[in-house]
Ligand binder design. Structure first.
Ligand code: GTQ
Length: 346
């Protein structure tokens, strides 16, 4: 818009004066505050495991798990330096635990997920029950649940952490405390939760204690078996291949209230259709290699790599051989609020 110099100067003088009263004019900001569509400041990005593994292992020589509390390298989105966020609402990191180490017990209102990347035989204990980790396993630490990690393994164990840290920060509702003891007392044998809640059975007269699935560990062997059976049945989706969500068996809803989690199988040679969704999504490659093709970028992924697709960014997945991908996003939050949208090219 063309405006006389003095009108422009008058407006700027006015903006300066009202700023002193804690006021700012909407008309200068309208397009930014109410955009026609999401324009995420976050960027697509790939973290290649083979490139970052040396730095991860080096951290083990610089600090112990005990001293660090959690020895984690944060996967920070390069579009938002300083944010400790991988998407607007979510955090991701790679956590390392060495043989004999303990990461001391604490709890926080932030929910956490773990996807085991490398190594066998470390454990995490959640509310009195331990689970032993295997690559590909998906493990949940619900909001405000005591948790400690430890390792009786022979070698380093690494897992991907996903937490709703940025969401909780945005809402200013974070609390945390330390147990004071390194490890929490164990009150149930290993496998109890899976037997009690993960066998298509629920105890009679049981009422859920919280919004998170009582099945806190979803072994990869089971999910993989299900995916391979469905793969043999055929008919993969044009966008997603065969994509399943991890659910809370008590509700049929998402396994975690703030983080949606999926596992998907792509057939060899899969060339997916274009897709956009409003939930920025973190993908982790459990098996196989392929590409995520985006507007103006290609992310070539292999086993143990992690990549992120920001909100409303058109992308499509392609697989070289058969692939299995784990993914997480804030979809349950957006859906609960009636905000979630998607778009498919086919
Ligand atoms: O394992 O409890 O990556 O509290 C960040 C914060 C992991 C954990 C993280 C945490 C944890």
């Amino acid at each position: 818009m063309n405006q006389p110099v003095d009108a422009k100067a008058a407006r700027h003088d006015y903006y300066r004066r009202i700023a002193g009263h804690g006021l700012t004019p909407l008309w200068e900001l309208m397009a930014a505050l109410v955009p026609e569509q999401p324009r995420s400041p976050f960027r697509p990005h790939l973290w290649r495991y083979q490139d970052i593994r040396p730095a991860l292992l080096e951290s083990g020589r610089l600090i112990t798990a005990r001293e660090a509390v959690r020895r984690v390298l944060i996967l920070e989105n390069p579009g938002m330096p300083g944010s400790s966020a991988i998407t607007q609402s979510l955090y991701a990191g790679l956590q390392v635990i060495l043989p004999g180490e303990v990461a001391p017990s604490h709890r926080h209102t932030q929910s956490a997920l773990r996807l085991i990347v490398e190594g066998e035989g470390a454990y995490t204990a959640v509310e009195g029950e331990r689970v032993t980790m295997h690559p590909g396993d998906f493990i949940i630490t619900p909001s405000w649940a005591w948790h400690d990690h430890g390792s009786e393994a022979e070698a380093a164990v690494v897992w991907l952490d996903g937490l709703d840290i940025p969401l909780v920060r945005f809402l200013d509702c974070g609390f945390a405390e330390n147990l004071g003891a390194e490890v929490q007392p164990l009150t149930r044998p290993e496998g109890d939760a899976l037997a009690r809640f993960g066998a298509n059975l629920l105890p009679l007269d049981w009422t859920p204690a919280g919004a998170t699935s009582p099945v806190f560990a979803y072994p990869y062997a089971r999910s993989r078996e299900a995916l391979h059976r469905l793969a043999r049945a055929g008919d993969p989706d044009a966008v997603h291949g065969i994509r399943m969500q991890f659910i809370n068996p008590a509700t049929g809803g998402p396994a975690m209230p703030t983080i949606g989690t999926t596992i998907q199988w792509l057939p060899a040679g899969f060339s997916g259709a274009g897709y956009r969704c409003t939930d920025g999504t973190v993908f982790h490659v459990i098996e196989g290699s392929g590409e995520c093709c985006l507007e103006g970028a290609v992310l070539p992924f292999g086993p143990r790599d992690t990549f992120v697709v920001p909100s409303w960014t058109e992308h499509r997945l392609a697989a070289h051989g058969e692939c299995v991908l784990f993914a997480f996003s804030d979809r349950p939050v957006q859906r609960a609020l009636g905000l979630w949208r998607e778009w498919r090219a086919s």
